[in-house]
Design a protein around this ligand. Structure first.
Ligand SMILES: [Fe+2]
Ligand SMILES: [Fe+2]
Length: 320
C-alpha cells in the first residue's frame, strides 16, 4: 500500500480581523471543547488485554455473523474472521479520522468567522487524538486495512469542494454524524472493555463536532443564494449515496477481499449472499443504521433534503 497520496485542493483562505464573538453558541462550544480534552496516551486503560473471545463489534453491526457462509466456518476460523472484520471496520474509522483531521484543518482556513475558526482548531486536536487512539488499538488487534475507495472518494470530494458550506455539511454533519452514530452503537454492543472505553471517549468528541455543523449551518444555509444552497443539497446527496451504496455492496466488497484470504470460504457464493442480503430492506431494517438514525434526521432538521432531492433519498429507502 502506498503510504502517501496527493490531492490538490482549492482552499480559499480567509483572514478575519474582527475578533469579537458573533455566534455565541459556537463560542460556548469552543469553551466546552477546551474543557473536555482527554489524552489518548494516559486516559485509556491500555494495560487491559483485548478480549477476542466474545464479539468485538456489536453483532447487530457485524451482520456477517448471520450469513450462511460465515456460519459454515469452523469455530477458529469464525473467530479469526470476526477479529479481521473488526480490524477492517475500525481501519475505516481510522482513515476517516485522518480525513476529518485534514478537512478540519481546512475549516480553520476557510470559515469566515473567528468563532468558527477557534472552534475548528480544537477539533483538529480532537481528530489527532482519534487517529492516535484507533491506530494503537488496531495494531494490537490485527493490522490496518486499506481505506475503502468509496469512503476515500467522499473525503476527497469534501477536501476539494470549493464552497466552505459543502465542507461543513459533508464533514461535520454527514461524516461526523455517521461516526458519532456508529461509535454509540459500538459502545452498546462491544464485549471488549478497552474498545468500549475508546469509543465512549471518541463519541463524546464527535457529538461536539456534529453540534458545530448544526449550529453553524442552521444560520448559514438560509442566507446562501439559491444556486449555492442547491449545490450544497446536491453535494450532501452525492456523499450519502456514495457511502450508502458502498455499504450495500457496490464496490465495498472488493476492499474487504483481504479479510477472506486464506480462510476456507467459497468467495463467489459469499459475494452473492452479501449482495442479496444487503439488497433486502427487511434484513437492513432489523439492524442499527447510523445513516437512518443519525445522519438523515440531521439533514432534515437543516432543510438540506429538499423537495428536489427527497425522491433520491427515498430511493435509498430513507423515510424523508
Ligand atoms: Fe474523530
Ligand atoms: Fe470528528
Amino acid at each position: 500500500m502506498a503510504t502517501i497520496e496527493e490531492v490538490l485542493t482549492p482552499v480559499r483562505t480567509l483572514w478575519k480581523f474582527d475578533y469579537g464573538t458573533h455566534n455565541k453558541a459556537l463560542r460556548d462550544l469552543y469553551e466546552v471543547a477546551k474543557k473536555e480534552q482527554w489524552n489518548a496516551a494516559t486516559d485509556v486503560p491500555w494495560d487491559r488485554e483485548i478480549d477476542t473471545s466474545g464479539d468485538i463489534l456489536d453483532p447487530r453491526q457485524d451482520m456477517f455473523q448471520d450469513f450462511d457462509f460465515v456460519k459454515a466456518l469452523p469455530d477458529d476460523q469464525r473467530t479469526e474472521l470476526s477479529v479481521r472484520r473488526a480490524a477492517w471496520t475500525l481501519s475505516q474509522f481510522l482513515h476517516g479520522e485522518q480525513g476529518a483531521l485534514l478537512c478540519c484543518g481546512q475549516l480553520v482556513e476557510v470559515v469566515p468567522d473567528i468563532d468558527g475558526k477557534l472552534y475548528a482548531a480544537t477539533q483538529v486536536v480532537d481528530e489527532a487524538r482519534h487517529v492516535e487512539v484507533f491506530y494503537r488499538y488496531i495494531q494490537r488487534l490485527d493490522r490496518v486495512y486499506p481505506i475503502d475507495p468509496n469512503l476515500q472518494a467522499v473525503i476527497n470530494a469534501i477536501l476539494q469542494a470549493d464552497l466552505w458550506q459543502m465542507k461543513c455539511v459533508g464533514m461535520q454533519v454527514i461524516v461526523e454524524g455517521l461516526a458519532m452514530g456508529s461509535f454509540k452503537i459500538m459502545k452498546e454492543g462491544t464485549r471488549d472493555e478497552l474498545l468500549r472505553k475508546i469509543v465512549e471517549l471518541t463519541a463524546m468528541d464527535e457529538a461536539r463536532h456534529v453540534s458545530y455543523g448544526l449550529i453553524y449551518m442552521k444560520d448559514e444555509l438560509p442566507r446562501m443564494p439559491d444556486p449555492d444552497r442547491e449545490r450544497v443539497e446536491d453535494f450532501a446527496l452525492m456523499a450519502v449515496q456514495t457511502m450508502v451504496n458502498s455499504g450495500r455492496g457496490s464496490g465495498g466488497q472488493s476492499s474487504q477481499a483481504a479479510l477472506f484470504a486464506d480462510l476456507d470460504i467459497d468467495m463467489a457464493a459469499a459475494v452473492t449472499e452479501v449482495q442479496e442480503k444487503m439488497a433486502d430492506p427487511e434484513f437492513r431494517a432489523q439492524r442499527p443504521n447510523a445513516f437512518r438514525d443519525y445522519v438523515i434526521p440531521q439533514l432534515l432538521r437543516l432543510g438540506i433534503i429538499s423537495d428536489r432531492t427527497a425522491p433520491q433519498y427515498r430511493e435509498m429507502g430513507f423515510e424523508v
